[in-house]
Design a protein around this ligand. Structure first.
Ligand code: SAM
Length: 246
């Protein structure tokens, strides 16, 4: 049936994504710095500034597709003793790197926990988090609408949704430079550092296929979020999306 065919295709997409991150987990952080020339730190800092976790009130946070923990660690640093962050990722290898980093940077700190799970089907209760973030993760999820519906479900009323994702450059010249960089620099650089170009080829293609920011903002609203807005950064290389469960 058509339904069966679609299901197989979606499962294949997820399997491919899992394979990519399985291959790169050990070098993921290094490659992030390399390929974004350090900019991913600036983009993640913008996410944290927008979130502003409270320092003196309880704050339950969920970071989905949290990988090696970058966003979670920044939230722990910005928040207070009553800040709790759950890092959820589908990939055990990425989480293992995250756990190791957490043990070094936040020894014996039980404010952070790591769980393996799928953004499309969170094994977490309704109305249980103050905020939800997903950084460079939603692009990899086969059914984005399902992930958004799950984000909405697990957030409390008044809860915040924030998403960082690669977007579309619409600055003349910068678009050409970016395209050349994406297709001619990223895959070979990936091969040089990790021995494989293919995962990086996938990365570049998945960025191209991701919806334009206004379309993605509409999807966020379709999931039930209010006041959906977005802020392009670095000429549109990345966009920070925001929504509220009101
Ligand atoms: N958020 C981290 C960061 O910004 O450095 C990691 C981003 S990494 C590019 C994408 C992550 O999404 C990977 O760790 C991958 O395992 C995870 N991922 C892919 N599909 C997922 C899914 N369906 N549910 C949860 N995580 C998923």
């Amino acid at each position: 049936t058509h339904f069966g065919f679609e299901t197989v295709k979606l499962a294949e997409k997820q399997a491919k994504v899992d394979d990519v991150f399985h291959k790169v987990a050990g070098r993921y952080d290094l490659m992030n710095d390399f390929m974004s020339v350090g900019l991913h730190r600036v983009w993640k800092d913008a996410l944290i500034s927008s979130l502003r976790p409270p320092r003196t009130r309880p704050f339950r946070h969920l970071d989905v597709a949290g990988g090696t923990g970058d966003v979670a660690f920044k939230i722990l640093e910005a928040g207070g003793l009553q800040t709790n962050v759950t890092v959820l990722d589908i990939n055990g290898e990425m989480l293992a790197v995250g756990r190791e980093r957490a043990a070094k940077r936040f020894p014996d700190d039980d404010r952070v926990s790591f769980v393996q799970g799928n953004a499309e089907e969170l094994a977490l209760p309704d109305d249980s988090f103050d905020a939800y973030t997903i950084a460079f993760g939603i692009r990899n999820v086969p059914r984005i609408d399902k992930a958004l519906a799950e984000a909405y479900r697990v957030l409390k009323r008044g809860g915040r949704f924030l998403c960082l994702e690669f977007s579309h450059v619409d600055v003349p010249l910068l678009d050409k430079v970016y395209e050349a960089y994406s297709f001619n620099v990223i895959p070979p650089m990936g091969r040089l550092v990790t021995g494989e170009a293919e995962p990086y080829q996938y990365l570049v293609e998945s960025i191209r296929k991701f919806p334009k920011p206004q379309v993605f903002a509409n999807m966020i609203e379709a999931a039930g979020f209010r006041r959906a807005s977005f802020t392009p950064m670095t000429g549109g290389v990345v966009a920070l999306h925001s929504g509220w469960k009101l």
